[in-house]
Design a protein around this ligand. Structure first.
Ligand code: SF4
Length: 342
């Protein structure tokens, strides 16, 4: 490796597209969630402080005079580092890139709760001031079924610790994760935990699982019945309606969602978001299917895209062709199209 080279992990949150990426850990120390294939086959490890510091200075040389405002620490969980080591890395990072105003990382609730409040505060003071938390669900049943390895209790505790330390927190939740069997409890308990922890930002995703994932195998065995696209939007609508103590950014803007125009702030934009759901549910079944297919095939960006007659007609023809060839399998096709989007 030349002095200009440094390790890069496979993923980062979409909002970190322009960020400096520094890899502190490899893979995910848990790696058992049944819907996730991100780090499958990758041996999880914590990189040595020396190796990370070498990378930081190599990145500094590589980017020359580029000024980064944000840095994201890859891969799955920087909190699995010893606190002293993490602080040493953060200190070096601030020395090399003094203009950084935000350093972020994924953090697992179960790992963070092993740190004391004093340690969390020291980590935040050293610069790690933003946390991405894949809480996915507030329901113990759904978390267990997904083999998420965290509990609502650990989520609440880690969120409180992070907030107390001064960190900002973005929480991801996954509509449809409970399948049909656990849909009601998933929505109710997820809304309850979000109301309790009140993250600075909530991102809602729609369930999409890669072929070959454990959850997809359960589906094929008939042990997990996924929601339809429309049921998933209904869950998202119900979740929003139950959020009454959340005061932060709220977004559906990940491409895996149908209604990506839901993006703004609660509580100010709640009525506006509700109107978007109502607009979707006011469509006829045929129009809803047209919209879903148009989104899944990247013809549409939002409900407004359907106003483009030329594009609408193209999707209508595509839908008619699918319905003629594969009668009764439309939902399977939507499922497979979602699989290809992740
Ligand atoms: S969802 Fe997160 S915690 Fe679970 S296996 Fe994937 S990376 Fe690890």
């Amino acid at each position: 490796m030349s002095s200009f080279e440094f390790q890069q992990g496979p993923i980062r949150p979409p909002s970190e597209a322009d960020s400096l990426l520094i890899r502190t850990t490899v893979g995910c120390p848990w790696n058992k969630c049944n819907f996730c294939t991100l780090f499958k086959g990758m041996q999880a490890s914590v990189r040595s402080v020396e190796a990370i510091k070498k990378d930081i200075w190599a990145a500094k040389q590589f980017y020359k005079n580029r000024k980064f405002k944000q840095c994201f620490l890859q891969d799955g969980d920087s909190f699995s580092m010893d606190t002293e080591d993490l602080i040493e890395v953060l200190t070096t990072l601030k020395q090399a890139f003094p203009e950084l105003t935000q350093i972020s990382s994924y953090g697992r609730a179960q790992t963070m709760t092993k740190k004391s409040s004093t340690e969390m505060k020291a980590i935040c003071d050293a610069g790690l001031n933003m946390l991405y938390c894949g809480l996915e669900s507030g329901s113990i049943e759904v978390l267990k079924q997904s083999q998420k390895g965290i509990t609502p209790k650990s989520i609440v505790k880690s969120a409180a610790q992070a907030k107390q330390a001064g960190m900002k927190m973005m929480a991801f939740v996954i509509a449809g994760l409970g399948g049909k069997a656990l849909s009601a409890v998933h929505v109710r308990q997820t809304a309850a935990i979000l109301n309790q922890i009140n993250p600075d930002e909530i991102r809602v995703l729609s369930l999409a699982v890669k072929a070959g994932s454990e959850l997809d195998k359960l589906r094929l065995q008939g042990e997990f019945e996924p929601l339809t696209e429309i049921e998933m939007v209904r869950e998202q609508q119900q979740l929003l309606s139950l959020l009454d103590k959340v005061d932060g950014r709220y977004g559906h803007y990940h491409g895996i969602n149908l209604l990506t125009e839901i993006n703004g702030k609660l509580p100010e934009n709640k009525a506006h978001f509700s109107a978007i759901f109502q607009r979707f549910f006011a469509l006829s079944e045929q129009e809803q299917n047209n919209f879903i297919l148009g989104r899944r095939l990247h013809y549409y960006a939002s409900l407004d895209s359907m106003k483009n007659q030329l594009v609408f007609d193209t999707v209508t023809r595509e839908l008619a062709r699918i319905e003629q060839d594969k009668m009764g399998e439309l939902e399977d096709i939507f499922y497979q199209l979602r699989q290809r989007m992740i």
